[in-house]
Design a protein around this ligand. Structure first.
Ligand SMILES: [Zn+2]
Length: 211
């Protein structure tokens, strides 16, 4: 657990992402980026791309291999498919972020829960909506396995993944430094069928600092 020394009043950018909404934004090398869990227990599905080459993007496999840990926290480097460090986590008051659970999708809602859940709002649709509206060439194939900030997905001794009640709380945050110009894509998860959002999706805040 490491707290940030940055003050919200000094941020050069601040936005609230409403429950279930997507968000897309570019940060410059050296800027600091924070995601603040405003109400607690809110999963924030997030992807990172090299802003100069979108084919060079966050890689769950390389990130896990480089740090030899499936969970992310202070000191974790987020590694791209070409082996570059996109972001380094520099502060974290939650303590655990998931690399394995992936994004909820209409298909997985149907398979995991009920055929009637197929049309419920899902992160993968939010990602697609954001990149389509943004209009800079990203498409469906450009959505790889993502990070779930604040989401608690422990691996059991039998090697299974479970979606557990969150360990985050109101006011917890994760903060990272951009090690290159990076495009950030977020789906503030709308999931209602498991406890990843405490059965009640809520807004989060994103902030950027020049340091
Ligand atoms: Zn989701």
């Amino acid at each position: 657990m490491v707290e940030s020394k940055l003050d919200a009043k000094d941020a050069v950018y601040s936005a609230e992402i409403l429950a279930g909404d997507p968000w897309i934004h570019e940060v410059k090398k050296g800027q600091y980026f924070r995601i603040l869990d405003l109400h607690g227990n809110q999963a924030v599905d997030t992807l990172f791309y090299n802003a100069r080459d979108y084919s060079d993007r966050y890689s769950a496999q390389d990130t896990i291999q480089r740090q030899a840990n499936i969970y992310l926290t202070t000191g974790s480097e987020l590694i791209s498919t070409q082996g570059n460090t996109l972001m380094t986590i520099v502060a974290d008051t939650c303590g655990r972020h998931d690399t394995l659970g992936g994004a909820c999708a209409n298909e997985s809602n149907m398979v995991r829960y009920d055929i009637g859940k197929r049309h419920m709002h899902a992160c993968r649709s939010s990602f697609l909506k954001a990149i389509t509206q943004w209009g800079h060439g990203l498409e469906k194939r450009d959505i790889p396995s993502n990070i779930n900030f604040f989401m608690n997905v422990p691996v059991t001794p039998e090697g299974k993944l479970t979606f557990e009640d969150g360990i985050s709380d109101s006011g917890k945050y994760v903060e990272m430094r951009a090690e290159m110009d990076v495009l950030i894509l977020i789906s503030n998860c709308p999931q209602l069928n498991n406890p990843c959002n405490g059965w009640n999706p809520t807004p989060v805040q994103v902030l950027v600092w020049d340091v």
